[in-house]
Design a protein around this ligand. Sequence first.
Ligand SMILES: [Zn+2]
Length: 157
Amino acid sequence: MSIKLDINRFSAETLGLPVLLEVDMPRGYKKDGSFAGKVYQKGHPFYGNLDKPNYFKKGHKPYYWKGGKYKNNGYIFILKPEHPFCNAIGYVREHRLVVEKYLKRYLKPKERVHHINEIKDDNRIENLMLFKNQTYHSWFHCKGFCNPKGIIFDGRQ
Ligand SMILES: [Zn+2]
């Protein structure tokens, strides 16, 4: 097993220095919004591990294996441990994956997917909308419309 340096562990914060860098894009993203590389979230079992873990080797089932799919609070989660915004156990909400596949890019954590018919596991692309952030999303919930600026994708069209 080789040891690789995770520069995030040696940030100014860790060293007790004031953090001068202003970061308005999540880890793994460039300033222009394009995806820079694979990054695991804090709390993820592979956080800070830049090697391909043997969990991914053929036939190997990770300890959190649940068939690659589970449901929580009505939402479907899919196993995608390589996804930059997977949760602590390596899963991503399926509706976000569907929109990502359609837009051919990762969704920013701020961006919110909406189910048009309110059925949380109906993840057909024509049932989904993508909002710039939660403010536009909740506005849409209250009023049934919002500033078109806040809508990135609309499955109704
Ligand atoms: Zn919604």
